[in-house]
Design a protein around this ligand. Structure first.
Ligand SMILES: O=C(CO)[C@H](O)[C@H](O)COP(=O)(O)O
Length: 161
């Protein structure tokens, strides 16, 4: 699996530990930065670049997922979700790590580095990567509705209020 990682200053240590872990596990890790600690850096560009790379890989048939870290993970998730085709889930326990794949077919996981130990983050990420999207019809239907809104602005099955 190719894993695109991005963070900001708040998650830099997590990102570096995670990159070592994922490389040991046999994944191909692509680091979208930042490369050094700057307490004033801004997460959007790093996270958007990682999400864009995930979507581009998936569209090219390459198996890829993304991981974005920040202090809370909230802004990082928002940034990733601005990318067309990205489905970024904020994960904060084991259940949300599994559900992000099983129900949402998330292709990016967002984690708050100030909210968890590194061991917890490793568990969430390993679970996220190992969990397939079973493709149950109701979940696929809802994901397709999101994609339709994203590409056409149409809200499936409803008139615009
Ligand atoms: O989690 C984040 C965004 O959702 C950022 O990592 C966080 O806001 C950075 O905060 P600060 O500039 O105070 O270190």
């Amino acid at each position: 699996m190719r894993i695109h990682i991005a963070t900001d200053h708040a998650g830099l240590e997590f990102s570096s530990d995670l990159q070592e872990h994922l490389t040991r596990e046999g994944h191909e890790v692509v680091d979208h930065g930042p490369q050094s600690y700057d307490p004033l850096d801004d997460y959007p560009s790093f996270c958007i670049n990682a999400a864009r790379a995930v979507v581009a890989d998936q569209e090219a048939g390459v198996q890829a997922l993304g991981i974005v870290f920040g202090g809370s993970g909230n802004g990082e998730q928002m940034a990733a979700n601005k990318v067309r085709g990205a489905r970024a889930a904020l994960v904060w326990n084991l259940a949300t790590a599994k559900l992000a794949r099983e129900h949402n077919d998330a292709n990016v996981i967002a984690i708050g580095a100030r909210q968890h130990s590194i061991d917890e983050a490793v568990l969430f990420i390993d679970t996220f990567i190992a969990t397939p999207f079973p493709g149950e019809e109701r979940h696929a239907r809802r994901i397709a509705q999101l994609a339709e809104y994203e590409t056409t602005g149409a809200i499936a099955g409803r008139e615009i209020d």
